[in-house]
Design a protein around this ligand. Sequence first.
Ligand SMILES: Nc1ncnc2c1ncn2[C@@H]1O[C@H](COP(=O)(O)OP(=O)(O)OP(=O)(O)O)[C@@H](O)[C@H]1O
Length: 309
Amino acid sequence: MSMVVSAQGITKRFRDVTALDQISFSLEENKIHGLLGRNGAGKTTLMQIMTGHGFATSGKMTIFGQSPYENTTVMSRVCFIKEGQTYPQHFKVRHALESARLLFPDWDEEFAQALLADFRLPLGRHIRKLSRGMHSMLGIIIGLASRAPLTLFDEPYLGLDAVARHLFYDHLLTDYAEHPRTVVLSTHLIDEVGELIEHVLLLDQGRVLLDTTAEALRGQVVTVAGPVTAVDEIAANNEELHRESLGRYARATLRGTFGPTERAQAKGLGLDVEAVSLQDIVIRLTTAQAKAGGTTSGSAASFRKESVR
Ligand SMILES: Nc1ncnc2c1ncn2[C@@H]1O[C@H](COP(=O)(O)OP(=O)(O)OP(=O)(O)O)[C@@H](O)[C@H]1O
């Protein structure tokens, strides 16, 4: 198992704001990672440090085993697609693609042309005259066709309609299957990318709240619904993230270990056991974290990778 990104104790302060607070994690090669978190959690700041666009106040970041900062060897293997990317005033779509072709050694021109056609993006149009969604399309096309060994998308689809977003997901999945690479996708549209993400890195107030595989996560958070007494019995052995009650009926989202034995036990008590979507898991965890006072020393910290394994 090879690690593409390794962060050790990364802290980033902007005057009195601690955007990243002693965070450590690593990202495995050839996986699609979801970088998730509420507004202001620190996602963009982290991606800037990962791509040498910013430096940490303290801590060590290595990309392909080296510091990314002012490192052209590393940066030729990294493509960072960020919201609000600016281009020279006179640039047309084709100029941006020509620049990308020169920048990325693994650039696939045929793929870029196919994407242009699929997204219906006119080559000859000035970038400053593109609509908000078309601007996002250009970033997505460059990100995909770069085939960079580490590709980061920071909220890449501002203004994109649902059709275009799904076109992006489909192309990403298909191309990733044929040309595996390490992808980091930061997004608030968690439900849409739930099936795409193989590994989840959830930030909250500059700290890592969750660092685990999507598969492991599915076995750890469930919703049980049924008689209150039965819900209480199961909840007693697990962590309760959320509960709704109506008379003698309750519905609780729990985290713990939910293998076949535990599920059979819950069903034996007359409970329905439901899977929880990635979006709901993120909402429940970040809400529980906020209620716990916003520190990772509480229950949410137990969901970090170390304890999941
Ligand atoms: N240049 C800066 N100067 C001061 N504070 C900053 C700067 N950049 C980011 N921050 C602060 O750092 C924190 C993290 O911001 P960041 O943009 O990384 O969050 P984010 O998770 O990407 O949020 P969003 O999902 O809203 O884009 C926020 O409190 C933000 O206000």
